[in-house]
Design a protein around this ligand. Sequence first.
Ligand code: AHG
Ligand code: MN
Ligand code: MN
Length: 337
Amino acid sequence: MLTPVALHPQFEEGTTLDRFLLETLRDHPEATGQFVTLINQVTLAAKLVSARVNRAGLAGMFGATGTMNIQGEYVQKMDVYANETFKRALEHAGVVCMIVSEEEEEIIGIPAPFTPGNYVFAMDPLDGSSNIDTNASIGTIFAVFRRKSASGQGEPGDVLRSGREMVAAGYVVYGAGTVLVLSTGQGVHGFTLDPSVGEFFLSHHDIRLSPETRSYSCNEAYSGSWDTRLQGWLSATKDPAAGWSARYIGSLVGDFHRNLVKGGVFLYPPSRKSPSGKLRLLYEAFPLAFLVEQAGGSATDGRVNILDRTLGSLHERTPLYIGNRDAVEEITRLLTT
Ligand code: AHG
Ligand code: MN
Ligand code: MN
């Protein structure tokens, strides 16, 4: 059974995301203004994508476009819609100097007549999009950095940097309900969209990973070509005495959200199919690592903490082990000894 999340007395029922941000960022005037506008634009895009996902079957949004993206994956119609929606919501608001998207090879600049702002926004506009036709959970994942360059359009150095430099990260999961999970470095908080009024309300205050739950989440079909030490770990988890369960949607955002709320570990190791791992460092591993640490967990690439990595190229891939600290540390220890 899900443990009801107690609201902080300051945040009684009915607290909107907007109010929450204004109150929690009050002591950080440098983070208000453009940052609040940025998050407001993210929520606008999220509502539009959520509405489209909910009626995808009616709106002709199932299936692929027939083209491949720069990652060599088939682009789904919803990938294109989500990418365009988040770009359009952010580019005109004067709050970002660049956007990096899974769906676009190059850095996306701010087109005239709009003005570049102080932040860098990196996104996986629609994660798990191959699941759209099956009605399984999908989502948007994003990372936010404050720009390093002084002004004008952003430069590569504004995004090729350490994960420790993120100022905020989050995701929106379009599941049975639409939930936005966000951290600005002061804990992890979840907001549920009430579609009847079009607002995100605080529903999960200060999410902490449950320390007890033991579930692992991976594509076990690839385990035959994993590192043998990891195969050993997987066998050990299957000892009935260990009390583990397996849960895998095949949608990172859905699998991560479940583990965040109920406890668990997600693994995407290198395998014959994807020798460097499949997931992307900038807009999948970085933001989820930021969130998991804020919730008391951890994330590594099997050697080092994900947040201690420095991005070398926009679409760099990484192995990923993320979730409860004890499990992630055990896997990392096994892989480094
Ligand atoms: P995306 O849809 O953004 O390309 O991400 C794909 C993902 C991720 O959501 C999931 O964890 C992983 O691919 C699943 O891969 P497998 O099908 O290889 O298990
Ligand atoms: Mn993805
Ligand atoms: Mn995607």
